[in-house]
Design a protein around this ligand. Structure first.
Ligand code: SAH
Length: 364
C-alpha cells in the first residue's frame, strides 16, 4: 500500500469511513502525497495523455479561439486569460505562440494559472518562461482578481472530487470508503438515507454529485455576469444527468482499482455537463453546448491547421499531424472526438463564442 493508503487507513480506523468525495480529494491533492502534488503524470512515460500533449494544434486553436473571443468582448485591455489546472503548461504555451498573429490581444493579456500543485506550477513556469507574457499563479479561482476574463479548462472538472450515492431500500445513501475485515480499503454505504435527493432509480444504482464543480461553476458564472467574459470547459462526460459509477483510476495508461494505492494513480469521474449548465445558468450566464470535441475543433479550424502544418513539415513528419487530428476529432473507440465534450459559459450580452452556433444555446 502507498504511504497515502496507509494514512487513509489509519484515518478511517480512528474516525470511521470517509465519503468518496473526501477519499478522492485526499488521493489527488493531499499536500504531501496527493497524486498531483509530487509528479508529472502526463504523456507516454506517465499515466495518461491529454489533448494538449497529443498535438500543438490543440493549444494553438484555443489561442486563436481566445483571440476571437476577445474581439467579440470588445477588446478589453487588460484581459485576463485564465487556465484552470494547466498540467505541464503546454496548452498555454501553444496558445500564446499562436495568438501572436493578433498583436493587440497579445499585448492586452495577462495570464493567470490556477494550479493546486507546486510541482506542476514549477513545470508550468519552465514551459512558459520564454513566452513573453506576464504570468501569475493562484491556488483557486476565488483568488483570481476581478476583471474581463477568458477562461479555459481542459480535463480539470474531472479531477474535482465527486460524492456518490447508492440507491438502497428506497433511499439514496452516501457511498463511503471504509475498511474490510482484512483491514483493506473497501466501499461501504452510509446507514442513513439522504431524504433531500428525490431522483428515482433502481436498487443499487449510483448517483454522482460534484459539489466543488458546482461551486466553481456558480462562482465563475456570477463573475462573468459582473464583468465581460467567457469560460470554456473541455472534458469527458455526459450531456444528460444519468446514474452510474464513473469513478476511475488510471496508472501507466491502464485502468486500476481506485482503492488500491491512492496517490499513485489518477482518479477521475465523468463530468455531468447538464448539472454544470444548471449551476452556470443559476449564476446568470448563457450556456453553449456541450458539443462534441471533434465538432468544436473542426468548427474552429483544425482541418485547415492540419493541412498548413503538414504542408510545411519535413516529409517524415507529415503523417504525424494527420494522425493527431484524427485522434482529437475522430469518433471511434480510442479517439477523443465524441468522448470529450466542449461547453462554454458566457456573459449574456455576448454573442455565441467561436465554434458554437446560436442554435446551440439551449433556451433557459
Ligand atoms: N489541463 C491539463 C492537465 C489536466 S490534469 C491537460 O489537459 O493536460 C488536472 C490539472 O488540474 C493538474 O494540473 C492538477 O494539478 C490540477 N488540479 C487538480 N485538482 C485541482 C484543484 N482542486 N485546484 C487546482 N488545480 C487542480
Amino acid at each position: 500500500m502507498s504511504a497515502l493508503g496507509d494514512e487513509i487507513k489509519a484515518l478511517i480506523a480512528a474516525e470511521g469511513p470517509i465519503s468518496v468525495e473526501r477519499y478522492m480529494e485526499l488521493a489527488l491533492t493531499h499536500p504531501e502525497n496527493g497524486y498531483y502534488m509530487g509528479r508529472d503524470p502526463f504523456g507516454a512515460a506517465g499515466d495518461f495523455t491529454t489533448a494538449q500533449e497529443i498535438s500543438q494544434m490543440f493549444g494553438e486553436l484555443l489561442g486563436l479561439w481566445a483571440a476571437e473571443t476577445w474581439v467579440a468582448m470588445g477588446r478589453p485591455n487588460p484581459v485576463r486569460v485564465v487556465e484552470l489546472g494547466p498540467g505541464r503548461g503546454t496548452l498555454m504555451s501553444d496558445a500564446l505562440r499562436a495568438a501572436r498573429i493578433v498583436p493587440d490581444f497579445r499585448a492586452a493579456l495577462d495570464v493567470t494559472l490556477v494550479e493546486a500543485s507546486t510541482t506542476l506550477a514549477e513545470i508550468q513556469y519552465e514551459t512558459l518562461l520564454t513566452s513573453g507574457a506576464p504570468i501569475a499563479w493562484h491556488p483557486s479561482l476565488s483568488e483570481v482578481p476581478e476583471g474581463p476574463m477568458i477562461l479555459i479548462a481542459n480535463e480539470f472538472l474531472d479531477a474535482l472530487p465527486v460524492r456518490q450515492y447508492v440507491r438502497s431500500a428506497g433511499r439514496w445513501r452516501e457511498r463511503l470508503v471504509g475498511l474490510d475485515s482484512a483491514g483493506q480499503l473497501a466501499f461501504d454505504i452510509a446507514r442513513e438515507g439522504e431524504p433531500y435527493i428525490l431522483a428515482k432509480a433502481d436498487e443499487g444504482d449510483i448517483l454522482e454529485v460534484n459539489p466543488s464543480a458546482h461551486r466553481l461553476m456558480f462562482e465563475l458564472s456570477t463573475r462573468l455576469g459582473r464583468q465581460r467574459g467567457v469560460g470554456l470547459f473541455i472534458d469527458y462526460g455526459h450531456g444528460v444527468t444519468s446514474v452510474g459509477d464513473t469513478l476511475q483510476a488510471l496508472r501507466a495508461h491502464r485502468m486500476v482499482d481506485p482503492l488500491v494505492d491512492p496517490g499513485e494513480a489518477d482518479l477521475t469521474a465523468h463530468v455531468d455537463f447538464a448539472a454544470m449548465a444548471r449551476s452556470a445558468r443559476a449564476g446568470g450566464c448563457a450556456v453553449y453546448g456541450p458539443i462534441d470535441q471533434g465538432d468544436f475543433l473542426r468548427a474552429i479550424g483544425i482541418d485547415a491547421r492540419t493541412r498548413a502544418l503538414a504542408d510545411r513539415a519535413p516529409p517524415e513528419r507529415v503523417e504525424e499531424f494527420e494522425l493527431a487530428r484524427q485522434r482529437l476529432v475522430g469518433k471511434s473507440a480510442g479517439e477523443m472526438g465524441a468522448l470529450f465534450k466542449v461547453m462554454a459559459v458566457a456573459n449574456r450580452s455576448l454573442p455565441p463564442p467561436p465554434g458554437f452556433e446560436p442554435s446551440e444555446a439551449p433556451s433557459s
